[in-house]
Design a protein around this ligand. Structure first.
Ligand SMILES: O=C(O)CCC(=O)C(=O)O
Ligand SMILES: [Fe+2]
Length: 345
């Protein structure tokens, strides 16, 4: 039976064909598209990104092999999430805590000398390929989108891009991820939630095609599935870009639930690129003629003034660490600079 035999309600998301950005008319049309959806919905698709299906499949193969390595080998590269640093390996929790933490992750930071760290041999063996893939996402997908958003906000087109220089310090990363199937009863005990509703804390998140349904986005009409297409990347706006854009671009709440019955017994692999501002960038709202005209200039109180991208991310990662490891029972609460992180089942 195919997934199509289960009727899933999908979110209606726009697709931006970024190969059209070099053509002035194309750019204008993409800008109108952004204006029509981005203040309502921070999820969209990107087409024309220049990565082949084969390149993406190869990254999934690396991820699959990586998680098949012996646990001790992966644990040698464990991430220091307690200190808010997500580079490296995060195991899944065992026992009771498995209910809130049932996935493995491996995050590979920017390929610059100051972010270097040791990796399993498997990663070293594919280093150049992973580097090329990551650099493509940063230079050919992230930066053009950031220029487009600046254009839409009628500000200097390099405003966001110049805060995301690849060579600068800043913990963005490519992530391999694996969720483990659970029995129906185990999933029922956690209301079928594989990853609780959350916003991401970076700039833009790029989710590469994989076939197992489960990702949902919160809309005014309730939770809707996000369909994954072979030739598109699913992109969502995250906290740092919401703050930098004065609340105009929305960091959208999403979650992962137990897949439909025909897919629920399979592991769910993910390949995700989390772009982040440079570490020292202050998450202050931009002054934008568009926002001024719309009466939206810095309308949000929910902006962490004086907080840098690094401080925001570290605070959220460390908080998540305390929840996953059972040190904190609740996920709600103040994060930093008076800004609250909200969670939704
Ligand atoms: O696995 C997915 O589809 C989404 C994962 C996610 O939201 C995250 O890791 O922040
Ligand atoms: Fe997320």
């Amino acid at each position: 039976m195919s997934t199509e035999s289960y009727t899933l309600e999908y979110a209606d998301l726009d697709a931006l064909d970024i190969s059209r950005l070099n053509d002035p008319q194309g750019k204008q049309e993409l800008a109108s598209q952004v204006l029509s959806f981005v203040n309502k919905n921070g999820f969209f698709y990107v087409k024309g990104h220049g990565l082949t299906g084969d390149q993406i499949k190869r990254q999934y193969s690396i991820g699959r092999e990586l998680f098949n390595l012996p646990l001790e080998e992966k644990l040698r590269c464990i991430a220091n999430t307690e200190a808010g640093d997500f580079r490296g390996y995060k195991p899944r929790s065992t026992g009771e805590l498995g209910a809130r933490d049932n996935d493995e992750r491996y995050n590979i930071p920017k390929f610059t000398p100051e972010h270097e760290r040791s990796h399993p041999k498997l990663i070293q063996d594919h280093f150049d390929e992973i580097k090329e893939f990551s650099l493509h996402v940063h230079n050919q997908v992230l930066l053009p989108l950031l220029r487009l958003f600046a254009y839409v906000l009628e500000i200097d087109e390099s405003y966001f891009a110049s805060r995301h220089r690849y060579e600068a310090r800043g913990l963005e990363y490519l992530r391999y991820m694996k969720y483990f199937p659970r029995t129906e009863a185990e999933d029922a005990a956690v209301n079928n939630i594989w990853a609780k509703g959350h916003t991401d804390y970076n700039t833009l998140t790029f989710l590469f095609h994989q076939p197992v349904s489960g990702l949902q986005v919160q809309t005014p009409e309730g939770w809707k599935y996000v369909k994954s297409f072979e030739d598109t990347i699913i992109v969502n706006v995250a906290d740092a870009l919401e703050f930098l854009s004065g609340g105009y671009l929305k960091s959208t709440v999403h979650r992962v639930i137990r897949p439909p019955p025909d897919q629920a017994d399979k592991p769910r692999l993910g390949l995700i690129y989390f772009a982040r501002p440079e570490a020292d960038v202050e998450l202050a709202p931009v002054e934008s003629p568009l926002l001024q005209r719309l009466g939206l200039q810095s309308s949000t109180e929910d902006v962490p003034r004086g907080v840098t991208a690094e401080e925001w991310a570290r605070a959220r990662i460390a908080k998540d660490h305390r929840f996953r490891t059972g040190l904190d029972e609740r996920r709600e609460g103040e994060i930093i600079a008076g800004v609250h992180q909200k969670f939704y089942d």
